[in-house]
Design a protein around this ligand. Structure first.
Ligand SMILES: *[C@@H]1O[C@H](CO)[C@@H](O)[C@H](O)[C@H]1NC(C)=O
Ligand SMILES: *[C@@H]1O[C@H](CO)[C@@H](O)[C@H](O)[C@H]1NC(C)=O
Ligand SMILES: *[C@@H]1O[C@H](CO)[C@@H](O)[C@H](O)[C@H]1NC(C)=O
Ligand SMILES: *[C@@H]1O[C@H](CO)[C@@H](O)[C@H](O)[C@H]1NC(C)=O
Ligand SMILES: *[C@@H]1O[C@H](CO)[C@@H](O)[C@H](O)[C@H]1NC(C)=O
Length: 452
């Protein structure tokens, strides 16, 4: 799905195409040169191993120096040019000490008496939206549905009402007090980025323009508020562990390669945060993934299905959390899968559309769409239950299932505005994965607010 979505990029201008051809041919050129060196010099096995990892280095980093005295190199960084030399079936290997001890002191906190995630949507155009789309300077074109022509604004007016209690009202000043002197960081994929944009839109209104700043910088983007000495950051890490998809713009779509034993590349960026909000899901839903263990220098990959790959990544992440998080000092949240609404027959039998033109939430409380994979949910629950004193779950899946009306569909801009032909074909060009803002992710953040 995401794959199709990315392929919808409009045609690159000719210059970009020529540039691309230039890049590809220069890579091929380098590769030939290195093979030449390889043939000239590599003889015994040790040398051979070394050569092949050098070759990888040189292929992926144009500035790499050939340094024969270098002892053990760290594994080559994965990027979109990385490839597996050969692939075998997954051998069942696990990353280090898999954290298996269940938590004894379960911290249930405010959820003890009432499940905030079970409830219904109530139309309430006095309390919502919590901000205006046009007032938020950090709004993304991908999510600004009104600006891109969405005529019905109903999707902005819904409040989440838990069955047995009320949510504390969102209060921007109170939220800033909770964040004073702290670093709040969202880590994950584009759904999590949407939640981060929602958060900075919710928070920015009370900060004077000259007292706030944003440093857009792939893969880490930082929003700063001077007077609170606080930052709200987003780190792109769609698979949590290191992978060939770690560049938020230029990533490979046809092949996923990840290092199941390496969470450290990203952890070095997130370890200083005081409040961490993680997600991962959709990137595991596009078929098998390839595992390249850090100790494997010859490009030998193992192939595993998406769920198995996600479980390995979650375990690597859980090991990191188990050994690095002191819950008295840091808060960690995990956001469960965000549902998609790609087939309207699931809520309207016989209908062959998608989320386009949907204007109201689903009312059937038991509704669960096929985009939310139950085996994945069970796996996530098992991993998180072992961490329950350290990680709070934002279980947004069921409440978000109802919001078939909340997606951008054709009212968005990705790289370019949709063309008239695309606009006239919402069946093929609708985004039924992400969420309009203001909208559903604001409510995820209201839920986060309850737990801080
Ligand atoms: C090769 O690596 C060694 C050890 O890291 C370093 O001291 C030396 O300067 C390097 N030489 C070159 C030419 O990069
Ligand atoms: C809120 O909705 C009601 C019912 O649809 C409508 O009559 C009213 O004008 C709306 N108020 C605002 C502020 O949009
Ligand atoms: C949004 O803008 C309208 C007028 O354009 C204003 O009445 C309303 O109070 C604004 N809402 C928020 C949440 O700022
Ligand atoms: C700002 O917060 C950081 C921690 O995030 C702290 O080290 C620093 O001392 C704070 N600065 C001020 C002026 O409070
Ligand atoms: C989230 O809630 C659903 C019910 O809505 C439940 O089936 C699922 O196990 C929960 N997930 C986690 C990770 O707690």
């Amino acid at each position: 799905m995401l794959q199709r979505w990315h392929k919808k990029k409009p045609h690159l201008p000719l210059i970009a195409l020529l540039f691309f051809i230039f890049i590809v041919s220069s890579i091929l050129y380098n590769e030939r040169n290195i093979q030449q060196i390889h043939q000239d010099q590599g003889h015994d096995t040790d040398d051979h191993r070394h050569q092949s990892s050098l070759e990888k280095t040189s292929l992926f980093e144009s500035t790499a120096q050939l340094n024969y005295s270098l002892p053990k190199e760290p594994p080559v960084v994965l990027d979109r040019f990385s490839k597996c030399r050969s692939t075998v079936k997954y051998t069942g290997r696990k990353a280090g000490s898999v954290f298996r001890t269940p938590d004894s002191d379960r911290k249930r906190g405010s959820t003890e008496s009432c499940d905030l995630f079970s409830g219904k949507w109530v139309f309430d155009n006095t309390s919502h939206p919590l901000y205006n789309e046009s007032d938020c300077p950090y709004m993304s074109d991908q999510l600004a549905c009104h600006r891109h022509g969405r005529p019905d604004l109903g999707y902005q007016y819904w409040r989440w009402q838990p069955h047995h209690c009320n949510l504390k009202r969102w209060n921007v000043n109170e939220m800033w007090e909770k964040l004073r002197g702290k670093k709040l960081m969202f880590v994950g994929d584009s759904l999590n980025r949407g939640q981060w944009i929602s958060m900075i839109c919710l928070l920015q209104s009370v900060i004077p323009a000259d007292k706030r700043s944003i440093s857009p910088n792939a893969p880490l983007t930082i929003f700063r508020a001077e007077e609170y000495n606080a930052t709200v950051e987003f780190l792109w890490a769609p698979l949590l562990v290191e992978s060939n998809s770690d560049d938020p713009v230029n990533h490979r779509l046809d092949e996923r390669i990840m290092r199941p034993d390496s969470v450290l590349k990203h952890a070095s960026k997130w370890e200083h945060a005081d409040i961490l909000v993680f997600n991962t899901y959709l990137w595991w839903r596009q078929g098998p993934v390839k595992l390249l263990w850090s100790t494997e220098e010859d490009g030998l990959c193992e192939e595993i299905d998406g769920l198995g790959g996600m479980e390995l990544a979650m375990e690597a992440w859980a090991n990191w959390v188990a050994s690095n998080i002191n819950p008295l000092k840091k808060r960690v949240f995990f956001v469960t899968m965000s549902p998609t609404h790609l087939w309207s027959r699931e809520w309207k039998p016989g209908n062959e559309g998608n989320c386009y033109n949907e204007k109201t939430p689903i009312e059937d409380e038991a509704y669960w769409g096929s985009g939310s994979d139950l085996p994945t949910m069970r796996m996530v629950e098992a991993v998180l239950s072992r961490l329950s004193s350290k990680v709070s779950v934002l279980n947004i899946t069921q409440l978000t299932e109802y919001r078939k009306d909340g997606h951008p569909s054709i009212y968005r801009k990705f790289w370019e505005t949709l063309s008239p032909e695309q606009l006239s074909n919402p069946k093929s060009y609708s985004d039924c994965i992400h969420w309009c803002l203001p909208g559903v992710p604001d409510v995820w953040n209201e839920l986060l607010f309850q737990f801080l």
